[in-house]
Design a binder for this molecule. Structure first.
Ligand code: TPP
Ligand code: MG
Length: 537
């Protein structure tokens, strides 16, 4: 096709490519085929998935692993509604995913004529889980919406964006050409006078505690200096996992859900919470941490600063820049003596681990084997399963970006498609998926995508023959366990039927050997771990 006859569909793809998007996960349909016209010419790779939810989960994994926005292409109506759960997951965890959908033709929109794939208001359905949702009626409007979508994806708090384009518009010729939209402006540090107030609070602190979330992921060096010079502690959320090595003496790891850490946070006289929502899913067991000291919030999201915590001091701006400023105050190196008196991270973790029930040991062993079999920069994508709730804390992370979990929204089925996306984003890194026996079945069909693309992805299925957490919760609540035991497929045979490798393992040394082999084999390997009869050696 000559440049003179670009369609709007091609213009969209060329614009995505010009702005750094090199992969689109999707499923074509008659409504959006015009998006596919330009895919090859625009150097954008298309990855055909087996369900639109998985297109967005894969784009999410791509974005989390690479830090770059990723795209998903879906059709109007069912393509959009299928994608909605995964988009909500990306919203909840602040992941920059762009969903591009078709819409029925302009003349029919909102009229209720019952055209194919009709929704009363497709854009409205999506708008609440995106930072920008546009529905274009002309190429000129589309151009402004693309600009706005990229601004949202690259915003201070990166979040999903959505565009829908009527199918008749997608096929129209346009004189527009791809352009590179201006990059996001650097996020400013909080105002100087606020930083100085935080500095003074910290200078007087006797028992300082730092809490780091995803917004502080890039601030490891500053956080390390701060906890060292103040003899304080650092605890992270899952999104901040590994921001400083979890073996560092000041690190309490991802332990906010555990009583010993909640007690330590309550005993702190200054708590600096940087780039974290401090939400229920960061803490569990409660929606609000008990605090007795002063709370300093640092966040790019103004809304978080005014939430139910009622912070003593709120710093609006980039958490990394703020922490760097605070850490550069060399005179502040006074050493409060708190950590020296109370004990370091390792001693604290020993207290947590002493409280874990004995039946957690097999899961702990599997997490340890996973750590040992993966290279230092290997990545794990986990699902909503008991072993992952434990792994949020217990999987050892010596750097950020090696353990991902669908924390905020908690959507089952996340792990496998997200791992596929991550492996495509970073083919030089080892990527594994970890799911429970029930959650695995939500998105298992995308094993075929990994087979088709020869993706080396070990897929560990933690098979406890139950919806384990729900069963345990029912028992604890005195409810007869109903709907929590499901008949499973023969996972290994199913893997083989898909053309994947597969094996069943029930001891740590076989798991280690199987994982090492899976990490070098072309194509995916499903490893079913027998959780009800697992041997630690
Ligand atoms: C989409 C969705 N539906 C339902 C749930 C509720 N839920 C959370 S965990 C779970 C059971 C998962 O079972 P399994 O994957 O076997 O993990 P286990 O708890 O046994 O380790 C369910 C139904 C959810 N989180 N997401
Ligand atoms: Mg289970």
């Amino acid at each position: 096709m000559s440049a003179a006859s670009w369609t709007v569909g091609r213009y969209v793809v060329e614009t995505l490519a010009a702005n750094g998007i090199d992969t689109a996960f999707g499923i074509p349909g008659v409504h959006n085929i015009e998006l596919y016209r330009g895919l090859e010419l625009a150097r954008v790779r298309h990855v055909l998935v087996r369900h639109e939810q998985n297109a967005v989960f894969a784009a999410d994994g791509y974005a989390r692993a690479s830090g770059q926005p990723a795209a998903a292409f879906v059709i109007s109506g069912p393509g959009v509604t299928n994608a909605l759960t995964a988009l909500a997951q990306a919203w909840s965890d602040s992941v920059p995913v762009l969903l591009v959908a078709s819409a029925p033709s302009r003349a029919t929109l909102g009229r209720g004529w019952g055209v194919l794939h009709e929704l009363p208001d497709q854009r409205a359905l999506i708008a609440s889980v995106t930072a920008f949702a546009g529905s274009a009626r002309s190429d000129i409007e589309l151009r402004e919406q693309l600009r706005a979508a990229f601004a949202a994806l690259r915003g201070a708090r990166a979040r999903p964006a959505y565009l829908d384009i009527p199918l008749d518009l997608l096929g129209e010729p346009t004189a527009l050409r791809a352009e590179v939209f201006a990059g996001a402006a650097a996020i400013p540090a909080p105002p100087q006078h606020m930083l100085e107030q935080a500095q003074q609070l910290l200078a007087r602190a006797r028992r300082p505690m730092f809490v780091a979330g995803g917004g502080a992921r890039a601030a490891g060096a500053a956080l390390r200096q701060l906890v060292e010079s103040h003899d304080g502690y650092l605890v992270t959320t899952v999104a901040g996992k590994g921001v400083i090595a979890e073996s560092h003496p000041a690190s309490l790891g991802v332990s906010l859900p555990y009583a010993p850490t909640q007690e330590l946070v309550a005993a702190a006289d200054v708590v600096v919470a940087a780039g974290t929502e401090l939400s229920e899913t960061d803490i569990y067991t409660t929606t609000r941490l008990a605090l007795n000291g002063s709370l300093v919030r640092i966040d790019v999201d103004e809304h978080k600063l005014g939430d139910h915590y009622g912070a003593s001091l709120t710093l609006l701006g980039d958490a990394g820049a703020a922490l760097q400023w605070l850490a550069s105050d060399r005179d502040a190196a006074r050493g409060s003596g708190w950590r020296t008196a109370v004990g370091d991270g390792a001693a604290h973790r020993a207290r947590i681990e002493a409280q874990l029930p004995a039946n957690f040991r097999p899961a702990l062993a599997v997490l340890q084997v996973l750590r040992e079999s993966l290279p230092a920069d290997g990545v794990v994508f986990s699902d909503m399963t008991q072993i992952a709730y434990l792994g949020n804390y217990a999987f050892p992370a010596e750097r950020p970006g090696v353990w991902f979990h669908p924390s905020g929204y908690g959507a089952l089925g996340y792990a496998l498609p997200a791992a596929i996306g991550a492996r495509l984003a970073q083919p030089q890194r080892s990527v594994a998926a970890l799911a429970g026996d029930f959650g695995a079945q939500f998105t298992l069909q995308d094993l075929m995508t990994a087979v088709e693309l020869d993706l080396t992805v070990p897929f560990i299925v933690w098979n406890n023959q139950a919806l384990g957490q729900i069963r345990d919760d029912m028992r604890a609540a005195g409810i007869a366990p109903i709907g929590v035991v499901a008949r499973n497929p023969d996972f290994v045979a199913l893997a083989h039927a898909c053309g994947a490798s597969g094996a069943r393992v029930r001891d740590a040394s076989s798991l280690f050997a199987a994982l090492r082999a899976a990490l070098t084999r072309r194509g995916p390997t499903l490893l079913e771990v027998d959780a009800t009869d697992f041997h630690l050696a």
